[in-house]
Ligand binder design. Sequence first.
Ligand SMILES: NC(=O)c1ccc[n+]([C@@H]2O[C@H](COP(=O)([O-])OP(=O)(O)OC[C@H]3O[C@@H](n4cnc5c(N)ncnc54)[C@H](O)[C@@H]3O)[C@@H](O)[C@H]2O)c1
Length: 340
Amino acid sequence: MSELRPARIAFVGAGVHATESLYPNFGMIPELELVAVCDLDLGKAERAARKYGAQWFSDLGQMLDTVRPDAVCACGPAEMHLEVGLEVLGRGLPVFVEKPPGLTAADAMSLLQRASATRTWGMVGFMKRFAAANLVTRDYIASPEFGVLNSLSMIHGCGPYNDLRRMLLFNGIHMLDLARFLAGEVAEVTAQAAAPAPNVFVATIAFRFANGALGQLNMNSGHHWEDCFEQTYLSGSGAAVLVDASQAVEVMASGRRFADPPDQRLYGWSGRYYVSGNMAGWWAGGHYTRGYWGELSHFARAVQGVIEPEATLEDGLRAMELVEAILESVATNRPVVLPG
Ligand SMILES: NC(=O)c1ccc[n+]([C@@H]2O[C@H](COP(=O)([O-])OP(=O)(O)OC[C@H]3O[C@@H](n4cnc5c(N)ncnc54)[C@H](O)[C@@H]3O)[C@@H](O)[C@H]2O)c1
């Protein structure tokens, strides 16, 4: 446990995602103390706050003035992330906003500019960066054994959407951020999309990365929310890696089926490393495996000043720029060069 005092965090939003996937992590993050909950629906704020021994509010300004937190988390509609983000950053406090950080890249830029003006920072809820399988993968692809990255292929199936922009903005954005996390900055995208059935959008997106690698994301909204699908395959000059649902990592080393003995310690006997298969109790649950614990724990420690923020407001801006570039490519049927 850290010897520093826990970061005093106020939370805006007590809806479904916040109370089911984020709040339950607090008991397992000694570096974080939830001091207040704010929701326009005071009943929801009270229910969540009572459970964690915090105060409750329906007005953001009143909460900030009363409890004077070290930092704020926000999880609600995209417009609320922008509004709360601007207010909190304007007071010089760090903020964690769920994705997306607004409705447009211009929104994301205004958060970044506000943070820069008040010399503070923010994080965006790109939890896949904190899923252990993706962290293991990022370590491995930086190794000499993996060699030079040459391609990234992603498949993603999510629940229904009635609009391509919404599918990309509210769901595809996680895969877009993961693509950048694993393969680096995107220089150019070319995308096509179709709507073959009611509430089913498909998008096929080709990436040219700044480091010369090529990539692809095929996504569709033809699944049920209870039955989504995700796979990421990375190919390097010495090996390849398959990441299944951000939960299992399989290493395919060139010239042999199994990894060398030193890697077996990390990647398992068959070259397949399971994040949760051999772990017991709470730690095997989705909150840890999927990265929700990791993102909040990281935020708390960054507020304490012991680590640098990850999944920053700049990453939020880059992901929003990617969404807009993909939509532009679909509309114009041409490749689009990314501004960064
Ligand atoms: N990262 C993930 O895996 C993941 C999964 C699901 C949802 N999300 C994100 O979580 C967010 C919330 O989704 P949800 O399904 O929980 O929504 P929800 O509607 O259940 O909850 C939103 C809550 O925010 C409150 N709210 C709205 N405006 C407010 C304001 N100005 N001040 C205070 N409270 C306000 C509402 O009263 C509501 O309780 C969305 O942005 C969504 O993109 C992320």
